[in-house]
Design a protein. Structure first.
Ligand SMILES: Nc1ncnc2c1ncn2[C@@H]1O[C@H](COP(=O)(O)OP(=O)(O)OP(=O)(O)O)[C@@H](O)[C@H]1O
Ligand SMILES: [Mg+2]
Length: 250
């Protein structure tokens, strides 16, 4: 079956001259949690920005649901982007709005009307938002202001907001970096469930090697902008991962 997301021969050179990605090819099938590991500056965030097309690759292709979006612009790019939801290290919620309203915000991109310009959504979307909040186990906090949440709760709300976008691919850039170990496990369990039970393709950048081994279906190691390995977790050696960070430091 064709992967939901596939980058082929991707290269990205910043105007400053830094060659951040070189010939990167990675596929994310439906139902799989793929973790990307690699040292600081190896190109992980740049890879995600090429997929969301906030950067345009210097070379290569970004296949999403059967179409290459590497050079799309305008309305066609906006439509394609709706299919990819992003989760960042910090949840970036609207602090003074309710948890439920924050989740519902995820649906805004799919409704371009005068109502949404005023921040209002059809009631069916509010019901869906409540369902997504239930999925992340936070129904009881629906009416609470988002600014009052703990880091772990806020990140779960960010995941519910990503789901409200109804993407087929979820990208996460160090989603557990500021969470305690238990909250981090909770987020990884959720991301794995989205892949295994909801059939989404999930690509998650991590610095926690133990979490990669515990939760990923497959692990890609990036080193100096290149793919150093791409392996099912079951076949991955601790040594290969160690090499990744040693080489990056060299
Ligand atoms: N806007 C930019 N302009 C120029 N160079 C950049 C820019 N953003 C990133 N870089 C460079 O590109 C390379 C890859 O950066 P990137 O942020 O993708 O790394 P990363 O793997 O996400 O690192 P970290 O683990 O620290 O988040 C680095 O050398 C970085 O300095
Ligand atoms: Mg980064």
């Amino acid at each position: 079956m064709q992967p939901l997301l596939e980058v082929r021969g991707l290269a990205l050179r910043y105007p400053s001259g830094t060659q951040a990605l070189i010939d990167v090819s990675i596929a994310v099938p439906a139902g799989e949690l793929l973790v990307v590991l690699g040292g600081n500056g190896c190109g992980k965030t740049t890879l995600l920005r090429c997929i969301t097309r906030t950067l345009t690759p210097t070379a290569g292709e970004v296949w999403l649901n059967g179409g290459d979006i590497a050079h799309l612009t305008g309305e066609r790019l906006r439509q394609a982007r709706l299919d990819v939801a992003l989760i960042w290290q910090h949840a970036a919620l609207v602090r003074r709005r309710s948890v439920l309203a924050n989740v519902a915000c995820g649906a805004l991109g799919r409704h371009q009307t005068l109502l949404t310009a005023l921040g209002l959504l059809p009631s069916i979307e509010m019901q869906a938002a409540a369902d997504y909040l239930h999925q992340v186990g936070l129904s009881h906090l629906a009416k609470q202001r988002a600014g009052t949440l703990s880091g772990g709760q806020a990140q779960r709300v960010a995941i519910a907001r990503a789901l409200a976008q109804r993407p087929s691919v979820v990208l996460a850039d160090e989603p557990v970096a500021s969470l305690d170990p238990e909250a981090a496990q909770e987020i990884m369990r959720l991301l794995r469930r989205l892949a295994h039970q909801e059939g989404l393709g999930v690509l998650c950048v991590l610095h926690q090697v133990d979490l990669a081994f515990a939760y990923a279906d497959r692990v890609v190691g990036l080193r100096s902008g290149r793919v150093a390995f791409d392996q099912p977790t079951s076949g991955l050696s601790q040594d290969a991962v160690r090499q990744l960070y040693l080489a990056e430091a060299a």
